[in-house]
Design a protein around this ligand. Structure first.
Ligand code: CLA
Ligand code: PID
Ligand code: PID
Ligand code: PID
Ligand code: PID
Ligand code: PID
Ligand code: PID
Length: 312
């Protein structure tokens, strides 16, 4: 297709730049400017809306392309192979083309809003400047091909199951865990702190398992889960906490996407996370909330998971 061909040209123009970026640099975990969680949530919300509007099949393929690309990483900077670099660009270009232009521009504008104007120049200073310019010229040509292939109307909303066992169980889980949700400091910057003692390549292994799980999920249910998050963001209070109803809808939606993949795929995520999340991290989280609320939430979760497993 045209986007695939254009991605090869983009690769010619951008792979030198890709090799020069230190993908293992811890700086990418930082907020791209001053820390503004509620504004950042708005930017994430725009990404969620874009994800929810995207063609689920193309999202799946983009996840597969990322998984494959992680498998061909080499060298100290963590760069993927030239062929996989092109394949990721092509897959993302197709995802972008599957949503109306405005959805993409909304992400761009919201991200710009939380990005210090000095950040791009700083990023450029870490690589060969001429190669960054070459990559950007390549991107400008690529985007015209994407725009020429872009849809003008959003895809239909997801079908949300009703009256299912997971939906019923989500009510009980949400009742048991909403007090815990209210105890959590959602606006803290602790969630942007590096995991103690873990390197980027180690962390990427766990992300890779999530990508694999995402790729296996039922596309309609994933879309529904994204829509539920978007709705939930719309009802947050000043402390970032969503309403009980929207929280319940998120739990139901997430339970359904978990049930749409094999158990082992979920356990692969859990086991890889357990390898990088030190017990000091969980204990620190626990120390900041009412322990009774956390235990009630945990009990609710362990009951919920049996319902999920039964329909998995
Ligand atoms: Mg989420 C999970 C935040 C968007 C899909 N997501 C999580 C949690 C964290 C979070 C609260 C990971 C850390 C953790 O396990 O804490 N997501 C979060 C934010 C946003 C977002 C702030 C921004 C909008 N997510 C989002 C989108 C999607 C997902 C758009 C795609 C549709 N997210 C997704 C999945 C999962 C998460 C599939 C998880 O599996 C993971 C999670 O919650 O695992 C348990 C602990 C969790 C909480 C504090 C909240 C849930 C409370 C549960 C139901 C009960 C608590 C149990 C116990 C006390 C703690 C966990 C025990 C542990 C051993 C499992
Ligand atoms: C400017 C001035 C003009 C010239 C110009 C110009 C530049 C415009 C630009 C630009 C626009 C632009 C847009 C970019 C957009 C990037 C979008 C990224 C989206 C990320 C997402 C992430 C996610 C996920 C995911 C799916 C999940 C949801 C999420 C589900 C259902 C200014 C040059 C034209 C770069 C969507 C993918 C996992 C949130 O106009 O004169 O330069 O760049 O998890 O959804 O699972
Ligand atoms: C524009 C203007 C509108 C019209 C429009 C428009 C276009 C927007 C577009 C577009 C946005 C867009 C985004 C693309 C992004 C591509 C990103 C590629 C990333 C590849 C990576 C590969 C890799 C890895 C990996 C992880 C490793 C690092 C690597 C570590 C820690 C402008 C059309 C709406 C194409 C990251 C995965 C293995 C490098 O908005 O008017 O057209 O395209 O090895 O991580 O090692
Ligand atoms: C300039 C002037 C214009 C021309 C121009 C220009 C240059 C702009 C530039 C540039 C922008 C730019 C951006 C770059 C962005 C790279 C982003 C990389 C992200 C990598 C990540 C890696 C990671 C992980 C991971 C999970 C870990 C955390 C991490 C935990 C909990 C100035 C040329 C346009 C290079 C996210 C995945 C392992 C961080 O605009 O005239 O030149 O470069 O380890 O999670 O640990
Ligand atoms: C233990 C001991 C027994 C008792 C027990 C026990 C506990 C087991 C547990 C547990 C397992 C477990 C699993 C959990 C899994 C969480 C998985 C999260 C996945 C996140 C993903 C994120 C993503 C996306 C997304 C889609 C994108 C890709 C991504 C596309 C196509 C130990 C109690 C049984 C919590 C997948 C969603 C946006 C990466 O066994 O004695 O306690 O918890 O962007 O994909 O866009
Ligand atoms: C288990 C054992 C295996 C069998 C199995 C199994 C089950 C795994 C499961 C499962 C995992 C799982 C995960 C669930 C997670 C739910 C998470 C809910 C999060 C809700 C949020 C709501 C909100 C917001 C929002 C953003 C705001 C904050 C909030 C800010 C900054 C165990 C079956 C495989 C259900 C985050 C979105 C508005 C609070 O593995 O043997 O069954 O379920 O307002 O952000 O303000
Ligand atoms: C313990 C002992 C057992 C019993 C038990 C127990 C407790 C475990 C616990 C607990 C785990 C736990 C986890 C919590 C996790 C919370 C995660 C929240 C994530 C929030 C995010 C918010 C955000 C943003 C956002 C984007 C911004 C950055 C942020 C930028 C660029 C010990 C009870 C099981 C509470 C990610 C989205 C706005 C950070 O196990 O016997 O008690 O709690 O602002 O992006 O700015």
């Amino acid at each position: 297709d045209q986007i695939g061909d254009a991605a090869k040209k983009l690769g010619d123009a951008s792979y030198d730049f890709a090799k020069e970026v230190d993908w293992n640099n811890g700086v990418f975990l930082q907020a791209p400017g001053s820390f503004q969680p509620l504004k950042a949530l708005k930017a994430i919300d725009k990404m969620i809306e874009m994800g929810a509007a995207a063609d689920p099949e193309l999202l799946k393929k983009a996840a597969d392309a990322h998984h494959k690309a992680i498998g061909s990483i080499s060298g100290p900077n963590g760069v993927t192979s030239r062929a996989d670099w092109d394949a990721v660009n092509a897959a993302l270009g197709r995802v972008v083309a599957s949503v109306p232009k405005q959805k993409v521009m909304d992400v761009y504008d919201a991200v710009k809003d939380i990005t210090d104007p000095k950040v791009p120049a700083y990023m450029k200073s870490l690589v060969n400047g001429a190669d960054a310019e070459k990559a950007y010229q390549g991107f400008l040509e690529f985007k015209d091909v994407v725009a020429a292939n872009q849809v003008t109307t959003a895809s239909a909303a997801a079908t949300v199951p009703t009256g299912d066992k997971i939906g019923t169980a989500a009510k009980a889980l949400s009742d048991a865990s909403y007090p815990f949700i209210k105890d959590i400091d959602w606006l803290s910057d602790v969630y942007l702190k590096p995991l103690p003692g873990k390197t980027a390549p180690e962390t990427l292994k766990a992300i890779d398992k999530m990508i694999v799980m995402g790729s296996k999920m039922d596309g309609n249910l994933l879309k529904a889960a994204a829509e539920a998050h978007h709705k939930a963001i719309g009802s947050i209070d000043a402390k970032g906490v969503t309403s009980p109803e929207d929280y319940e809808a998120v739990n139901a939606a997430l339970g359904r996407i978990v049930a749409s993949v094999p158990k082992q795929t979920v356990m692969d995520v859990y086991n890889s996370m357990a390898k990088i999340v030190d017990s000091s991290v969980t204990n620190n989280m626990f120390s900041k909330v009412n322990p009774l609320d956390a235990l009630s939430a945990a009990k609710g979760f362990y009951t919920f998971k049996d319902v999920v497993e039964a329909v998995q």
